[in-house]
Write a protein that binds this ligand. Structure first.
Ligand code: NDP
Length: 281
């Protein structure tokens, strides 16, 4: 830790670095990298010259994601590992596998998860426990498992995919909103505790991003028009000033900014990816 708190002077070369080169040669782990925001993020890091490890629970979805990423990025350094981020032992094995393959781990993106739609009256104790467990332990378990490696990196970061619901709760997603708020608090504490190791800890606050979970909600509706019409209508109904859902790539770019040294002086912070849906100042 000596020297950590000294001023950082950016040299010319660093100023002129191309966007892509911020992740060149680094090893990025993306939990839930087999679909949606996680898949887009894995693709962005691969395109930037990083080695990438992804995990997911469904082996077929994971294999399909690996195939897609390898096709788009021939010669990519990519590791797929089937595991549930709530399973501590499995996440440990994931960390060991990444370290064994690449010898280092620089970037952890905690993305795995999904939201839960239910009001207070509809949410049982068991549902509360499941939601709180998912939101907290999808951060806690990977952080614990990857921390020893992140501590050895010269440019380490942990970036969490959170939700605008953390700061702008919706009554129809009461448990998710409440759990997300709590984990933003956890992220602040982690940022302070891990600062002496130069590990930055941040989050993005996602509004609505087109992804697997929204496609599933769309399919569950009956007599709906096509996806574009449905999603546009919903964006307007939700009051998204941008008038559309976000694209997974748009969330991925915000993650890239926070996870790489492009944001070298940013920790314990959030970036909003909500098309203007955030109402707070
Ligand atoms: P998708 O459903 O498209 O992708 C979720 C990914 O996470 C899949 O790869 C899924 O694979 C994996 N996953 C889910 N649960 C677990 C688990 N317990 N262990 C390991 N992998 C898991 O979702 P999104 O891209 O939309 O969501 C990504 C994150 O963004 C989530 O945390 C979500 O809550 C958050 N978010 C998304 C919003 C949106 O509008 N899309 C809004 C606010 C927050 P598998 O199922 O095979 O495990």
């Amino acid at each position: 830790m000596p020297g950590f708190f000294m001023d950082v002077q950016l040299d010319e070369q660093e100023r002129e670095m191309k966007l892509e080169s911020y992740a060149q040669g680094q090893v990025a782990v993306v939990t839930g990298g087999s679909a949606g925001i996680g898949l887009a993020t894995a693709g962005l890091f691969l395109a930037s010259g990083a080695a990438v490890a992804i995990c997911g629970r469904d082996p077929e979805r994971l294999a399909a994601a690996e195939d897609e990423l390898r096709q788009r990025h021939p010669g990519a350094h990519l590791l797929g590992f089937c595991c549930d981020v709530l399973d501590g032992e499995a996440v440990e094995k994931f960390a060991q596998a990444v370290a064994a393959r690449y010898g280092r781990i620089d970037i952890l993106i905690n993305n795995a998860g999904e939201g839960r739609s239910s009001t207070f009256s509809d949410t049982s104790d068991e549902a509360w426990r499941r939601e709180l467990e998912l939101k907290y332990f999808s951060i806690i378990r990977p952080v614990r498992a990857f921390l020893p490696w992140l501590k050895q990196s010269s440019s380490p970061s942990i970036t969490c995919v959170s939700s605008l619901l953390a700061v702008q709760p919706e009554p129809h997603m009461v448990a998710t909103s409440s759990a997300r708020a709590g984990t933003l608090n956890l992220i602040k504490s982690l940022a302070a505790e891990l600062a002496p190791f130069r590990i930055r800890v941040n989050a993005i606050l996602v509004g609505i991003v087109e992804s697997g979970q929204w496609r599933r909600r769309f399919r569950a509706q009956h007599e709906q028009p096509d996806w574009a019409e449905w999603s546009h209508g919903l964006a307007l109904q939700k009051g998204i000033p941008w008038g559309r859902f976000g694209h997974p790539d748009e969330a991925a770019r915000a993650l890239y900014f926070l996870a790489t040294s492009m944001s070298s002086y940013t920790t314990g912070s959030t970036v909003d990816v909500s098309g203007g849906l955030a109402r707070h100042v």
